[in-house]
Design a protein around this ligand. Sequence first.
Ligand code: SF4
Length: 230
Amino acid sequence: MRIQGLQKLTLLDYPEHTACTVFTAGCNFRCPFCHNASLVVDIPKESEISEEEFFAFLQKRIGILDGVCVSGGEPLLQPDIELFIRKIKDMGFAVKLDTNGSFPEKLIHLVEQGLVDYVAMDIKNCLESYAITAGVEVVDVEAIKKSVSYLKEGHVPYEFRTTVVKNYHFEESFELIGQWLEGAEKYFLQNFVDSGDLIGKKVQGCSEENMKEFLKVVQKYIPNADLRGM
Ligand code: SF4
C-alpha cells in the first residue's frame, strides 16, 4: 500500500461516524480541480506513511473512532487494497471507500466480500464530458456506468457526488447527469474550492445562485439530491 496521508480525525467525511481518513497515492485521472494534486502528480516521497505506522495509529484508536475513510488518489489502484481493508475491518472499524468508479470489478468484489460499509463515488460530469473533466484523453465510460448501476442496485449504502466547476459544468450537464443517475439514493453537489494544491490552473467554482439552479435541475430526477458544504 502506498499511503500518502492521514487525517487523524474527521467528523464530516464519513456520515454518522467518527473517523480518520487515509489517503492512498496515485490516480488514473487528472481532474484539473483535484484538490489533492500531491497525491496524484509529483508525489513527495518524504510524506509517505508506512503501513506499520498507520496500523499502530489505528490500534490506539480502537474504541475512540468507529470508522476509516479510505480515500486518495484512487484507492482501487492499489494492488493490495483488499488485504489492507480486511486488516482495518478485522480491527472492528467500519470502512468508507472513496472512488472515481473506474474499477467496477474491484468495487463489486470488495462489497461482496463485506469489506466496505459505505461508498462515495465521484460523478465527474455527464458521460459526454467525462474525459475532459477527468483531465485525460480517454475514459472507459462503460466502467463508470457499471459502477453506477451496481451501486444503484443497493448492495451497500452509497452516495454519488460531483465537485462543481464553472469551467466544466452547465445546466445541460446536470440535465444529463440527472437522467443518468435517476433513482439514486443520495447525490451531492459540492462547489469547487481552491485548496492551493490543484492539478490544473484557472479553475473556478460557481456562484451560489448557479449551484441552486443546478440542484433544481437534478432534483427533477433525484428528489433527495442536495448541496454540500454551502
Ligand atoms: S479528483 Fe480526480 S485526479 Fe484527484 S484523486 Fe479524485 S479522481 Fe483522481
